[in-house]
Design a protein around this ligand. Structure first.
Ligand code: PEP
Ligand code: MG
Length: 886
């Protein structure tokens, strides 16, 4: 209810740290405002009471003429939304109190500058005036005086500027800038509430999957000033390096400046270590506070602070965002420091971060043309065409181009472009600039503060100095650039990429224990070991050939959860399938099946060998037969052309007939899966025979094959019973012929709503269930899985009908409740029934947690996602352990 900022300010206050006194309006008030359009009735009095207490404590009244109390009004939601919402500083200043502030600070220029900042921020955020009007007025003032920078404007100039600003407010809004401090405060609070629903805030929430109804809290804090002279300043700091995880002094400091100047990345900062030289006592106090915070939060914290005339104030802290690599390193470091245990370490990382670490990197040995270097703000290797504004970034990426967004610095209006781009490059700003913070949050590659590169957004070009230092290299819009978010390097053209060390580790080509193993690999190794130790879910692979199976095994797969046999019917074998489809007589059909049998058997022998000792679920043929035939339009054209030349080919004519016969309006709901097995005589029997004979062959070779036969698209137990009976006969024959007990089991996919609803009956005939959540999602929602994502999902996502595609993350309420029902019903009928999932959701982090909760035995996913599934299965188990012990 206090929002992240408010809760942490309260926490720091409780820790006895120097926090400027203030109070927080909870998100509850904002929610009422968003629902009803006005503040809750009691808010005014409550704020009055807290303000009175604050005034009492500070010994001065808000806006009082001789030395006013000034406050900041800042937003702060439950989840951090950097730069997305509004802030107004210096509330309480007015014509009446500006002189008082000057007297109090002993600095007239400062007082007028503060007043000018208030009218500017208030005008822009509260009154909705175009910010450029104020900027232009400042430019005019500088021109009139003949100076280049703001700081050369004196008290008199700023007093003039205040008059000009007040004029702008009158012209633009038809009313005067409010002089009543309480009115200023109330309006600013309302503006913060309103900023929850600005377009950019909504976009950010959608991107980060933050619920839209949380609302923001509002923090009202007494002002402290970092712009009172050289003994003042403001900065940001991290308790560890958010890019690498290393402990040390990380941050930026800006002397004689106010907070927003640092985050905006407009003026260039000095490294935090410089503060030791500038103000040793404050530096030492800050170091101590950072240690207190790390021990208290048991995590990396980021901090905003201000020094007002040598007195240090903490303005904000929170558990800081970090790169994926840093997350793994920090989690293991904290275990080593005894601050957290292994279960907690698992909560500090996630599958999305692991997936990010598995991305390739640039090949350092490849020749490349270095344009320059910036700050490595968010790791990754990104290649794309240079674009210089967000609009173009979005437009080009929509038409399929990969783009790198290049800006001098970014601001919240660039969010769309940042989402669309492969990576972000800026020439200004440090590790805490907007570009860096937001890119890190999104997991996007970012190089910032590349000052040697000159970015001209008007002319849409970037200029660099050539390596010999003599010439200039110009990158125009549309030229390809490569940026390396791990080293900060910017290259001209496309640099080739190499696999990540984490993948090398999973592949077994790099060992965590080796002398030269990098610390990231060591951290990943340890975290994976924790996950494997606690997880209950087993992890299998979706793989159809020995090569994928072998890789899956290296990545930690504990079997194959789905071998799609249709992939074995393609290529050169397609012709045999055609023969099967075109067969007019039983003999012809048997011939075709006879020809397919040894090929299928050989496939399975290889697969069982690669997965020796582990279960392999082989699914019998699923897709409609027309998928194995030529395209209807192409074939019709070919036949028509041939007929016009009077040389039509007999086979083509028969094929065309078959294609017409098999053509379906809704093939996904048509003759496929078990239905096909029941109407094409001998097809499933051939596959079962191939499986059984392959298992026998492996046993003879002293192998340990553990095949499971899976029937797709079953809707009723009767279908399954038919197939079982036939399969049973074939298996008995194969066992008799080989003299072996093949220990084959038969189960089914649950991928139709009816199957899930009648799972209790189906379990009578199935030794295992594997949830086909792709088809189940398709049929529960009535969404054609091949069409909807491209046709209208974008609109649905934009409207917030769902935050993520149900094909990507399991829809818990709909599809999920059918899964839950089938799990319970299946177990009720057959307590030992084995339960798994092999739809795409098996490798999706969120969905893995759901499958853990409903009590499946395993998830199965593509080989590359196996480490992610292992990690998430471990996290899910650790999480439920945690909640059990609470
Ligand atoms: C499914 O439907 O979830 C499934 C795994 O089968 P396929 O994707 O092959 O239809
Ligand atoms: Mg399916």
């Amino acid at each position: 209810m206090l929002g992240g900022k408010g809760a942490n300010l309260a926490e720091m206050t409780n820790l006895g740290l120097p926090v400027p006194p203030g109070f927080t309006i909870t998100t509850e008030a904002c929610k009422v405002y968003l629902e009803t359009g006005s503040e809750p009735a009691e808010l005014r009095d409550e704020v009055g009471a807290h303000l009175a207490a604050l005034e009492e404590r500070m010994g001065k009244k808000l806006g009082q003429a001789d030395g006013p109390l000034l406050v900041s009004v800042r937003s702060g939601a439950k989840f951090s939304m950097p730069g997305m919402m509004d802030t107004v500083l210096n509330i309480g200043l007015s014509d009446a109190s500006v002189a008082g502030l000057a007297g109090q600070a002993g600095d007239e220029r400062f007082a007028w500058d503060s007043y000018r900042r208030l009218i500017q921020m208030f005008g822009k955020t509260v009154l909705g005036i175009d910010g450029d009007l104020f900027e232009e007025a400042i430019e005019e003032a500088k021109e009139a005086k003949g100076v280049a920078v703001d700081v050369d404007l004196g008290a008199e100039d700023l007093r003039g500027l205040v008059e000009r600003f007040k004029g702008i407010v009158r012209e633009e809004t038809g009313r005067s800038f409010p002089q009543d401090p309480r009115e200023q405060m109330d309006l600013a609070v309302r503006a913060v509430f309103d900023s929850w629903n600005t377009e950019r805030a909504r976009l950010y929430r959608r991107q980060e999957r933050i619920p839209g109804d949380l609302g923001t809290a509002v923090n009202i804090c007494s002002m402290v000033f970092g712009n009172l002279g050289p003994d003042s300043g403001t900065g940001v700091a991290f308790t560890r390096d958010p890019a690498s995880g290393q402990q040390g002094v990380y941050g930026d400091y800006l002397q004689n400046a106010q907070g927003e100047d640092v985050v905006a990345g407009i003026r260039n900062t000095v490294p935090l270590a410089e503060l030791e030289r500038l103000d040793r006592p404050s530096y030492q106090q800050l170091m101590q506070i950072m240690e207190t915070l790390e021990t208290h939060y048991k995590d990396l914290c980021d901090i905003e602070f201000t020094i007002e005339r040598g007195k240090l104030w903490m303005l904000q802290t929170r558990v800081g965002k970090r790169t994926a690599g840093a997350a793994f390193r920090i989690a293991t470091q904290l275990v080593d420091q005894g601050l957290i245990d292994e279960a907690e370490a698992l909560q500090r990382v996630n599958g999305a971060q692991l997936a990010q670490l598995m991305f390739p990197r640039f090949d350092e040995s490849a020749p490349s043309e270095l344009l320059g270097r910036g700050i490595a703000a968010s790791p990754g290797a990104a290649v794309g065409k240079a674009v210089f504004d967000s609009y173009t970034a979005v437009k080009w990426s929509r038409s399929g181009e990969k783009v790198i967004l290049i800006r001098r610095e970014t601001n919240p209006d660039d969010l769309n472009g940042m989402i669309a781009a492969e990576g972000i490059l800026t020439s200004r700003g440090g590790k805490t600039s907007h570009a860096a913070v937001v890119a890190r949050g999104m997991g996007k590659t970012c190089v910032c503060g590349a000052e040697e590169l000159e970015v001209d957004t008007k002319k849409r070009r970037l200029t660099a100095t050539s390596p010999d230092g003599k010439g200039r290299i110009v990158v125009e819009e549309g030229d390809t650039v490569s940026i390396d978010g791990s080293t900060g390097q910017v290259h001209l053209g496309e640099v080739p990429v190499v696999p990540s060390p984490v993948v090398e580790y999973f592949e077994g080509r790099m060992h965590a224990g080796a002398e030269d193993a990098d610390d990231l690999v060591r951290a990943v190794h340890r975290i994976m070991a924790y996950a494997d130790r606690v997880r209950r879910l087993r992890v299998r692979a979706n793989a159809d050939n020995a090569q994928d199976a072998a890789r899956a095994r290296r990545f930690g797969a504990q079997g194959i959860g789905l071998c799609r046999t249709e992939h074995m019917f393609l290529g050169e074998r397609r012709e045999l399938v055609e023969r099967l489809i075109l067969a007019d007589t039983d003999a012809e059909r048997e011939d075709a099946l006879e020809a397919l049998l040894p090929l299928q058997r050989a496939d399975f022998v290889e697969l069982f060998e690669a997965m020796d000792g582990l279960p392999v679920t082989v699914r019998l043929l699923d897709p409609p037969l027309h998928e194995f035939l030529p395209d209807i339009t192409e074939l019709s054209v070919r036949v028509a052309l041939a007929e016009s030349r009077r040389d039509a080919n007999e086979n083509d004519l028969r094929l065309l007939q078959a294609v017409h016969k098999l053509h379906e309006q809704n093939p996904m709901l048509g003759l496929r899966g078990v239905r096909l097995g029941l109407v094409i005589p001998g097809l499933f029997a051939m596959q079962v025979r191939a499986i059984a004979e392959a298992a026998a062959e492996r046993r003879t070779a002293s192998g340990d094959p553990r095949a499971e036969i899976m029937i797709p698209l079953v809707g009723t137990v009767q279908e399954l019973e038919f197939v079982r009976e036939e399969a049973g006969r074939v298996i008995t024959e194969a066992e008799a012929a080989s003299g072996q007990d093949l220990k084959l089991t038969i189960g089914t996919m649950i991928e139709l709503p009816r199957a899930a609803l009648t799972a209790a009956q189906i379990a009578e005939a199935a030794e295992f269930f594997s949830f086909g959540t792709n088809d189940l999602t398709q049929t529960v929602w009535g969404f054609s899985r091949d069409d909807v994502e491209a046709s209208f999902f974008t609109a649905y996502l934009e409207k917030g009908i769902f935050g993520v595609s149900p094909f990507e993350t399991i829809d818990r309420d709909g599809v999920g409740s059918l899964v839950r029902h089938a799990v319970e019903a299946g177990r009720a009928t057959r307590p030992g029934i084995k339960l798994g999932v092999c739809g795409e959701h098996g490798g999706d982090p969120e969905s893995v947690h759901f499958f853990h909760e409903v009590g499946l035995d395993y998830v199965s996913c593509s080989p590359f996602r196996i480490p992610v599934a292992r990690l998430e299965a471990g996290r899910a188990a650790a999480e439920s352990l945690g909640s059990d012990s609470r």
